[in-house]
Design a protein around this ligand. Sequence first.
Ligand code: FBP
Length: 547
Amino acid sequence: MEKSDLQIERAKYEPKLPKALQGAVKVKEGEPTQSVDNQEEIKKLFPNTYGMPLVEFVPGEEATQKKMNVGVILSGGQAPGGHNVICGLFDEIKKLNPENRLYGFLMGPGGLVDHNYIEITADLLKDYRNTGGFDLIGSGRTKLEKEDQFEKGLQIIRKLDIKAIVIIGGDDSNTNACVLAEYYAAHKYGVQVIGCPKTIDGDLKNDQIETSFGFDTATKTYSEVIGNIERDCNSARKYWHFIKLMGRSASHIALECALQTHPNICLISEEIEKNDMTLNQIVEQIAKVVAYRAAQGNNFGVVLVPEGLIEFIPAIGRLIQELNDLLAAHGADYRNLDKDAQRKYIISHLSPANAETFATLPDGVARQLSLDRDPHGNVQVSLIETEKLLSEMVGDLLAKWKKEGKYDGKFAAQHHFFGYEGRCAAPSNFDADYCYSLGVSAAQLIANDKTGYMAIVKNLTAKTDEWKAGGVPITMMMNMEKRNGEMKPVIRKALVDLDGKPFKTFAAKRDEWAKNTEYVYPGPIQYWGPSDVCDQPTKTLKLESEK
Ligand code: FBP
């Protein structure tokens, strides 16, 4: 495979590790833990992995380790740095004992069930150090939840003499990691399962996880392109750019990009939900800014739209809830109908209020909402063109205002969706270091016989040397939520905190950004150069750490 000059140079980068992980390591255990909610139910469901203590790694004594083989799985959407987690894991297990082996299961959790794997060797890994993507072993969204999957997985685990499986994934995949850990512990199979916090969405965070990996690089990549669009917009002064940004549920990505680029408008789904806003109110809010700027002679602007917006508009959220239950219960009879019959079927099976909301939605959106969910029961919001829906509705409202003599500007819209563009970018120095450290922590959790834990690295706004590494019991992050029509134990998703510093900082500035043109052009991620440019974490992380 031919490599770019940047790839060749970047491969030489040596990720920095926290002090505690640089030499031999020992475990310092904290107090027993509890789940964030529904303690009794979670304890009952996870009797073997509930209540375990937090773990921190501190410098220890060199000791010879017994040989151990490890399996690794990449699960869900790509996130920059996944390859570095695998590199950290590989290097550490080889350091513990050169005879240790690492196996990669192919194309996500399905690889474990179907026994598709490769051995990951130093030679293979050398082309993947500090690279983006998950292409070393591929990823997938197969949900690991059934006993027969766990048993089939066990066959290959036994054949390869694997001591532990590391699942690198988001909240859903780590929930499954915990279910698998509990199952293997309950059956006394002696197989450990360790999770690792991945997702560009940034919604896998809590008191123990400061950020999920990939968020840093993805938001910097999107902010670079948003900045370029802003500059184009400010040069031609003739378009309104509607930019949808990935992040299935939470608006962390949109918020971080807004903090980096100062767009004229950035919608935050969590605020829209809290204020019980309708789609028409959102449209009116945008149209007012367009009209204000037009009156100043500025017929241009940039609007950031979080991907998950539609689910947070309360009336549409209620509709989706009922649709989820309906599809879970009657998906099979509905799937064989043609398009028109499907629409009628849905309207006739919904409660009157939700049927009315459904009937008023543009055809394309209504259809997307009633398509199959992903294997974890989520609406596939990346397929819904909210940016176009909003700009069309804004255009219609402005045309109405024009007729009424309330507005006299020009409105021409351009649409963009940034999601896949950022998920496989070469990891920033932050993500390269963070991911490598997570891989090393995962190896240490395994060597220290832990199961049902997620590898963590904290204190991330300090110098890498001062980062703190360890593990958090996955059950500690769980509560009960409805999925596919049933109450299930899941890791609680972190939405944008409207009382938190990142949102408040944005909220204090957004009126000025709407009226004036105060764009910031962050430029591309830099891998070499002044530390102030190359090693800075996200604004979200910095503001959150200020407390
Ligand atoms: P994960 O939660 O698995 O990290 O994936 C998140 C995400 O990138 C979302 O932002 C997006 O909605 C979704 O994946 C898209 O999924 P797919 O890759 O299957 O199209």
